[in-house]
Every structure is written in C-alpha cells, then in structure tokens.
Design a protein around this ligand. Structure first.
Ligand code: DGJ
Length: 699
C-alpha cells in the first residue's frame, strides 16, 4: 500500500504475477482476487496452457512474445523455467527469489511501493549459478500489463528535447531505443501508456521510467490474445554482459506510477517521489540560487575583465550564482581542443581562476564551473601523454563528436586522474557548483576488447559519487548537449538538469511542459537567453523569455550588458518575482492546464494558500477572443484574490475592451467558479504570455 494505491503481486503456479495495481482496495476485495477471476479463455491454435504474462514472462514457460529474460550459454542452452523459491514480504516491499537449477540461473526480484507517493520500483539481480559462462542479452525487471494501448512517447533532438508523440499500439511491438551512451535527445527512457484519449486530467495511465543514463530499450507489445505488456531494460552491446559462474548482473531500477486522473495524476506522484526519494529531500526548503551562465553571453571568448563586468551586471539584476561555462581551460578557444586539460588557460587567466572567483564572490554570488570530465580531445596534453586512455579498439579510427574521445573511466587510473583534476579545482577555489557536461555519443564503447557501455555509466556514477563525497557542499548539474542525460539515477547524484540548449521561450514552453511530467520545476534549468535565439534564430520578447524561465530553476544566459534599460528592468522584476515565489514554484504542486486553443500552453503551480498560473500563446490563436482560463487544481472551497502580474502595457493594441483583471485590477472569485467559468484572459498574440497570481482565503 502506498500513496492511496495497492500493488498486489501474487504467486500463481509458482510464478510471480502482477495481480492488481490501482486505488486501494476496500475491505474484503482482496480475498475475492482468486485464480478464477484472473482466469482467461484459451483460444484454439495456441499452446494448451495459453500464454502466461507473468511479472517476468519467460519463453520456457510458453510465453511467445518478448520474454523478460534472454540468457544463453556457449553450448547453446537458453531455455529457462524459473520457479519461485522464496518470497519475503514487508508492508511496502517484497523480494522474490526464483531459480531454475537445470539452467543454472537465479533471480532476485525486488519490488517496492513508495508509501508516500505510490511510485513503484522494480529491480532484479540475475546470478549465474551454473558451471560455465552465462550470456545475458536482455533483462527487464518487470513486465507491466497495460489496460490501454495509447502511448505517449518522447522523441526529439538536440535543442528540442522531450517532444511528445502520441500513437496507438498496432499489432506487434513498438520500441524506443537509444545506443548513445546517454539517455539521449531522441529517445529518453520515459513512456506513458494508457486508455485511449487520456489527457492531463483524465484517463487511466501508467508511466514507466528506466533510471539509467546509458543505452536502453523500452517497449510495448501486443500479445496475440490482445493483452499488452510493457518492459524496460538496458540495451546491451554484443557480449557485454557475460557472467562467470557465481557472478551476478544487477539491473537499473524501473520506476513506475499509475494514475486514474491522467498525466497530472502521474506528475503529482512522481514530483513528490523525486523530491523525497530521488533527491532524498536535499533540495527541499533550500532556495535554488538564480544563475548567470556565461555560455550564450561569450561562448569561448573569455576575457577576465569582461567576465567581471558581466558578473557585476548579473549581480545587479539579482543573479546569485555565476557559472563559468566552457572556454576557461588551457587552449580552449573552440570545441576542437583541450578537453582533459583542466587547468585555467594562462592567456585568459594569467593568475588562474582565483581573481575572477574572488571578484564574483565579492559581489555576493556563488561561483560555478563548467567541466566535461568524461572526455578528452585528441589535441590535449592528457591524450598526448596517455593516448590509450580512451574507449575504443586500439588502432581503429572512430567517428568523433566535437572532435573528442570518451575517456575509459572503467580503468581505475583514468578515473583517479580525472578525480584528482576535479578535486584540485574544488580544493583550490571556493566552487559551489559544477556544470557536468557530456557532449559525445559513445560510438565505440570498448574497453580491453570488450563492450563497456554499461560499465562506463557505472564508472561515471562512481566518479560523481566520489566527487560528492569529497566535496559534499558542491552541487552538480547534469548536462549532455542540453537535456541528453536526464533520468532519476543521475538525479540521485546531481541537483539540476540542463533541460535544453534551446533558450527560445517558444520552444521552451513545450520542452518544459513535457519535461514536467517526470521532473519537478526546481531541477529544471531554465534560462533567459538573448532576444534573438541562438538555436532557432527567432526573436522573443523579454516578457516571454523571463516569464518562461521563471517557472523552472531560473537563470540568465545572455550578455545582459547589451540589454536595453527597459529590458533590464523587466529582467530584474522577473528575478525578484522568482525569488518571492520560489518556495511556491519549487515546492508546490504543478498542474498542467488544457486551454482550448492548440497554440496555447498553460500550467499552474499550487501551494499553501496561493498559486501562480501562466498562459503562453505560442502560435496565433485560432479564435478572435481568448477563452477564459479554467484553472484546474484549485481548492474549490477557497475564495481567491486574483491579479494579473503582467497586465499588458497597451491593452488597446489587441483588445477593443480589456477585462478589469486584464487591466490590472484584482478580482475575487471562488475556486469552484474559477474552475468552471475560468479567469478572464487577455487576447494574446503569438509570443505573448500572461501570469496570474491567486491568493486564497477560506470562503
Ligand atoms: C553543451 C551545453 O549544453 C551548453 O550549455 C554548453 O555548456 C556547451 N556544451 C559548452 O560546450
């Protein structure tokens, strides 16, 4: 039992079976869940026993779709028929031991239902109990039965992460795979499946996430008899996991949540779970400092004096942390060189980083530093001295990304050297924050002649853990060319995810909308970029840029010295608003809204007694007048005082008549009325945004 839900795993014919997951069962219901209720008719033309969709379905038991385990031995044996040996059940967790003595395979299956949120986790350990090597080709710690066949998958690309795609599962199998050594831009390990037509506020849905920062596969498959299974696991390279006798493979954790009230129901559970369990509460109640990041302001053009002026300008508008991005280290004038040489460039920083760090801190800002620890350029002292420290096959060329190689962190001496470089920087300077970037797909993940993609991911985690243990006060941001490494396992050891390299707010609204299904706003890096977006070449107003970034972990990433005074004022005001509402924004309940116009994006963050809601118009509206904003998630018993925080300066430009609320007057309305009748909305043209503040009093 957890989060008002019950998860029941039964033992049926010696096999673990997903009996029930849903709303807490009323007294007496559980007793009626017997074999006869779960019985299914077996059609002609199929195996006599039918297909058994167990928690871990196996071909050896007559499961004719994709099994949860695929193992084999050199002599050809691959059949497994695992049977439960023991089960240990606690209130919110259970461990099931399965074994097949003839196949020499043992599995420990661990299931947990988080008591606070109802988020379930599944992990398995597979042990080779045989006398010779056991090759593992696939191991999903669970096969979920799905009642619905509509999938919300997340595709995308660099600078357009988390692009939601809807599809109905046809016959057969639909899979999302990434073999890039990171969660990827195009196929991150997240999936929602549910009843057709599910939406933000309605429908039965299941969210599945593989918490793993490397190669992965998630799939949904329709069985011949119509049932649907969903699995998730690591995608192995050939021969990557071969277990010696006695050795075990431990899978990443699959996290899942279920909701009967659509996607917002999932987010309510997942956000609380991330806050409490994934982050372990470490960000709770800690104001997230507003960033200034140098990347889109200066790129590789680092000039110490100019950076000091930038820091001053950033401080004057309210930034609290200055992050020195790429370009600071020896010889790094573009992206073809120097990764691996983590010492300040003597030309740009003749006295090292010390004077800049001191200046930044003197302004009252924390200092953060960009690093890309897993990589090295061919043109670097590191690879000059240790050409064999990279992943790959010796003597074989590999396609490069940004001219860089991936360091073989599975080798202790390589990991130790990189740790020393980071450790030295962190000891020498009061650095509060590392932006940990990773900008290259793994094309040849080979170490010592064997596939090492998964060991590399584990080695990256170990390196992060070591840095954190040595410098517990230092926060880390997970970045991979934007949002290419975003998952719950990396988030256990990091404090922020760089959501996307796209700072264009028109794109960002959609990216943040989808990202927010799985991640709470306080870990979502969101920056105010230049007026002309560097990734889309579109121009956006300072209002849209600031009020889009306001709803995440806010930052600035532009040369603010070039902002016009009026723009600076809007920026300053927005940062002040962000700080004022930070406890709400980073601790409240985010509810995505569904305005009727397809070109509008809206969400609200609801907290104790107050709420903020935004309505952004991304495309020209379909209708002449905007529909009122019918806000979901408010307390219907409360009376709210509502204000538009950014009433339009010239309402007459778009409206013959602007409602009082739109003109800046405060109005009072009951939560139920706001939900039913909606709040008067301004007529927004493409690229405009309205932000409402609601303050509650019990009616
Ligand atoms: C990719 C990141 O996503 C950017 O924010 C920036 O840090 C660059 N790398 C620097 O090379």
């Amino acid at each position: 039992m957890g989060g008002g839900q019950t998860l029941l795993v039964g033992l049926r014919n010696g096999r673990p079976h997903f009996d029930y997951w849903g709303a807490a069962l009323p007294a007496g219901a559980r007793e009626t869940l017997d074999a006869r209720l779960l019985e299914r008719a077996i059609p002609h033309g199929m195996l006599d026993g039918g297909e058994r969709l167990d928690l871990l379905p196996e071909s050896g038991h007559g499961f004719m779709a994709t099994p949860a385990l695929k193992v084999s031995r050199a002599h050809g044996g691959f059949v497994t028929q695992m049977a439960v040996q023991a089960a240990h059940v606690a209130d919110d967790a259970c461990q099931i031991r399965l074994a097949d003595a003839a196949a020499g395979v043992e599995v420990l299956c661990e299931i947990r239902l988080d008591p606070a949120t109802g988020v379930a986790s599944f992990q398995l350990e597979l042990r080779n109990a045989g006398l010779d090597a056991l090759r593992v080709d696939w191991a999903s710690p669970v096969a979920f039965p799905s009642l619905g066949d509509e999938i919300l998958a997340f595709g995308g690309r660099w600078a357009r992460e988390f692009a939601g795609r809807r599809l109905r599962l046809p016959s057969g199998l639909w899979a999302s795979e990434a073999r890039t050594g990171r969660t990827s831009h195009h196929s991150p390990p997240f999936l929602v499946i549910g009843e057709p037509g599910f939406g933000e506020h309605h429908g039965q849905v299941l969210a599945v996430h593989l918490a793993w920062s490397g190669d992965h596969r998630l799939f949904a498959e329709r069985l011949r008899d119509g049932r649907i299974q969903v699995q998730a696991g690591e995608l192995f390279w050939p021969g990557e996991v071969v277990l010696a006798p006695g050795e075990a493979y431990r899978s990443p954790i699959v996290y899942a949540a279920k909701s009967d009230v659509g996607l917002n129901g999932l987010s309510a559970r997942l956000h609380a779970f991330v806050r409490g369990t994934v982050l372990g509460g470490r960000l709770t109640g800690r104001p997230r400092p507003v960033h200034f990041n140098t990347w889109e302001a200066v790129y590789f053009r680092h000039d110490e004096d100019e950076l000091k002026r930038l820091a001053e300008a950033a401080a004057s508008v309210g930034a609290e942390r200055f992050v020195l991005d790429d370009g600071w280290f020896k010889g790094r004038d573009d992206d073809t060189t120097s990764l691996g040489d983590w010492t300040p460039d003597p030309g740009k920083y003749p006295q090292g980083l010390g004077p800049l760090v001191a200046h930044v801190r003197g302004l009252g800002l924390e200092f953060g530093l960009w690093v890309e620890p897993e990589m090295a350029n061919a043109c670097s002292d590191l690879l000059h001295n240790h050409p064999d420290w990279i992943l790959g096959e010796p003597g074989r060329d590999q396609p490069l990304g940004r001219g860089q190689y991936v360091l073989d962190l599975t080798r202790p001496e390589v990991s130790a050297a990189i740790f020393s470089a980071l450790d030295r920087l962190l000891r020498e300077h009061p650095i509060a924050y590392l932006k940990w970037d990773m900008n290259r797909d793994l094309t040849h993940p080979v170490s010592g002649g064997f596939a090492a993609s998964r060991n590399q991911v584990l080695a990256v985690y170990a390196l992060m853990d070591r840095v954190r243990a040595a410098h517990p006060g230092v926060e880390i941001e997970s970045c991979a060319s934007g949002g290419g490494r975003a998952d719950y396992e990396v988030l256990k050891r990091t404090d922020r995810i760089w959501t996307s390299d796209c700072n264009d707010p028109l794109e960002r609204q959609s990216i943040q909308q989808a990202f927010s299904i799985f991640f709470p706003p306080e870990v979502m890096g969101a920056h105010v970029g230049p007026a002309d977006s560097h990734t889309t070449a579109r121009r956006a107003s300072i209002e849209l840029r600031t009020l889009t970034a306001l709803f995440g972990h806010m930052g600035i990433e532009a040369d603010v010295r070039r902002f016009a005074p009026a723009e600076l004022e809007v920026l300053r005001t927005a940062i002040a608003l962000h700080k004022r509402f930070r406890p709400l924004l980073h601790g409240g309940r985010l509810v995505r809204q569904t305005p009727p116009d397809p070109g509008a994006v809206s969400f609200a963050v609801l907290g104790e007694g107050e709420a903020l809601a935004s309505l952004a118009q991304l495309a020209t509206p379909e209708t002449a007048a905007a529909a009122p904003l019918r806000l979901k998630g408010l307390d219907h018993e409360m009376i709210y005082t509502v204000r538009l925080l950014n009433p339009p300066g010239r309402p007459e430009a778009a409206m013959k008549h602007a409602p009082a609320l739109v003109r800046g007057e405060a109005i009072r309305a009951a939560g139920r009325l706001i939900a039913e009748l909606g709040l008067p909305a301004p007529i927004l043209r493409a690229g405009e945004i309205a932000v409402y503040h609601l303050e509650a009093k019990r009616g």
